[in-house]
Design a protein around this ligand. Structure first.
Ligand code: ADP
Ligand code: GLC
Length: 448
């Protein structure tokens, strides 16, 4: 069975969030099941690959060339799709993102002739199931929603001028949504199977509250929709071997964790108080603004906060300001920092994640693996992965009061070390989810 993944991020080549963790680790787990997936990724600036040739595709009525590269990581083969407008220093955040990823999908579709399964991820690859239905390639298609909040929406005039696709696809193939082209919708409508990254989120997105305007479409396609919980790369995220840590530890002996904690507090000049970590994109989804609202209350509870993240500039300014005024108690580091993220997961006493919604969430899984009980809002994948009072703490209310309630529960627990140990002993590997994906591929190919 020849399987292709098509996605916009893959660790370690390009990472913005959890999508990169998934694309960088699920294929390895599928290899253990006997598959050899090939990953198609845009050839972003700085990715080291071997140039192997070029191919042609058509865009805006012109024939255009793409460069093709190969790369390998942990034994997994990558095909790098080289298009001029991807040679920039970050994957997204540009005004022409929609156009860039439509080009990526059109170009990649020409390279998929040999595959039995094409597994497309998020809006950046959502056009592929429709292209398959138009006969561009033959594979069965799976479309995985990692985040329904980003749908790939643009005006139809541009879209049809760029792609040259037949106009009847606008209504006939599910591209149209409220008068615009919506790639996420086309992915859902055209794929043979749709998955999302936790069972709870698979249900939430079929409700008006969680559906981001696509709940009706998702309900109509619920027969082919299911949730498969994400796993972690448990070799990479392993406190017993993590090269970013000075002291290693496991569930049988947490003394190394205490040493990492002492180093973290010293590094960030924090007083010795219960310390909660946050490692996150600063996006509306993550409820970082609610943490800001809760800061006075948290300080009142005698808590330290260590926050690493970037995104919304207003929130970045707010946290920089608070850190300047709460020296010794609140540390904020702006930006993306892999090494510091590891030190925070290992050195914090608890991990705060007050998400408004959360398709799966990997940060809370990593925190648990590092013996740092997560304090999370009861939503989406957080609900599916954290057991209140056993492996972490949960709260409902989406406001500062909710966060403070969760943190009080955390402080109240008589034996936080047993919570940490139990969290570390959970199985967050890809073994089970990879088998579920394999079963789905086989089912789509009539092999079940
Ligand atoms: P999302 O994909 O919505 O951002 P996840 O919890 O699934 O949320 O995954 C986030 C991933 O990105 C985790 O691996 C987390 O450690 C990482 N991450 C987020 N922000 C940063 C940052 N500022 N520095 C380093 N790693 C980060
Ligand atoms: C998205 C979601 C996150 C999920 C990740 C990987 O970025 O926000 O919840 O864990 O994708 O599937």
């Amino acid at each position: 069975m020849r399987v292709a993944f098509v996605a916009s991020e893959a660790f370690p080549f390009a990472k913005v969030g959890g999508l990169a963790d998934v694309i960088g680790s699920l294929p390895q787990a599928l290899q253990k099941q006997g598959l050899e997936p090939t990953i198609f990724l845009p050839w972003y600036w700085g990715i080291q690959g071997y140039y192997v040739g070029e191919a042609w595709f058509s865009f805006e009525g012109r024939r255009e060339q793409m460069g093709i590269g190969h790369a390998e990581h942990n034994g997994v083969r990558y095909v790098l799709v080289g298009l001029g407008d991807f040679a920039r220093d970050k994957p997204y955040g540009y005004p022409d993102d929609f156009r860039r990823f439509v080009r990526f999908a059109l170009a990649t579709a020409h390279l998929l002739g040999d595959f039995d399964i094409v597994h497309a991820h998020d809006w950046q690859a959502a056009l592929l199931p429709l292209l398959r239905n138009l006969g561009w390639f033959k594979a069965r298609t799976i479309y995985t929603i990692h985040n329904l909040a980003y749908q790939g929406v643009w005006g139809s005039q541009d879209f049809y001028a760029w792609t040259g696709l037949p106009g009847e696809t606008y209504y006939g193939a599910g591209l149209e949504h409220h008068g615009s082209v919506n790639l996420m919708k086309a992915g859902i409508v055209n794929a043979d199977a749709v998955t999302t990254v936790s069972p709870r989120y698979a249900w939430e997105i079929t409700t008006p509250e969680g559906g981001e305007g696509l709940d009706g479409v998702l309900r109509a396609h619920q027969w082919k929709l299911r949730g498969i919980l994400n796993g972690l790369d448990t070799h990479y995220w392993n406190p017993a071997t993590d090269p970013y840590l000075q002291h290693h530890y496991d569930a049988s002996d947490l003394s190394g964790k205490a040493q990492n904690r002492a180093l973290l507090l010293a590094e960030l000049a924090l007083e010795d108080r219960p310390t909660l970590g946050v490692v996150s994109r600063f996006a509306q989804q993550k409820g970082i603004d609610l943490i800001a609202d809760a800061v006075d209350g948290l300080m009142g509870l005698g808590i330290n906060l260590v926050v690493l993240g970037s995104g919304d500039p207003n929130l970045e300014r707010t946290f920089a300001w608070m850190a300047a005024h709460l020296k010794g108690r609140l540390a904020y580091v702006q930006g993306y920092n892999e090494a510091l993220a590891h030190r925070i997961y290992a050195g914090s006493d608890g991990f705060l994640m007050p998400s408004r919604f959360e398709p799966c969430g990997l940060a809370q899984l990593i925190a648990m693996r590092y013996g740092t009980p997560p304090i999370v809002r009861a939503v989406g994948g957080l609900l599916d992965t954290v057991k209140h009072w056993e492996t972490g703490f949960m709260f409902d209310a989406l406001d500062a009061g909710g966060i403070l309630h969760g943190v009080r529960e955390f402080l109240k627990h008589p034996d936080r070390e047993s919570v940490a140990r139990k969290a570390m002993q959970q199985d967050f590997s890809w073994d089970k989810p990879a088998r579920e994906y394999l079963a789905l591929y086989r089912q789509l190919l009539g092999m079940a």
